[in-house]
Design a protein around this ligand. Structure first.
Ligand code: SF4
Length: 61
């Protein structure tokens, strides 16, 4: 199981995560939300590795 962390202060809002995996990374009511159960852990790891700012991190549980 994985747990996701997002550092708002680091995020440069490039939108890579939201565009690559919209079922996991979404903006709802103006808030950034992450649903770590909406895709495979491998796919999420792949998108996190593409985050240009390093704002996203994964904790393996
Ligand atoms: S990919 Fe990274 S920098 Fe871009 S919006 Fe997502 S968290 Fe922010």
């Amino acid at each position: 199981m994985i747990e996701m962390h997002w550092d708002e202060a680091v995020c440069c809002h490039a939108g890579v995560c939201v565009e690559s995996l919209p079922q996991v990374f979404k903006i709802e009511d103006g808030q950034f939300r992450i649903d770590p159960h909406a895709a495979s852990a491998d796919r999420i790891r792949e998108v996190v590795s593409q985050c240009p700012s390093g704002a996203l991190s994964i904790e393996e549980k």
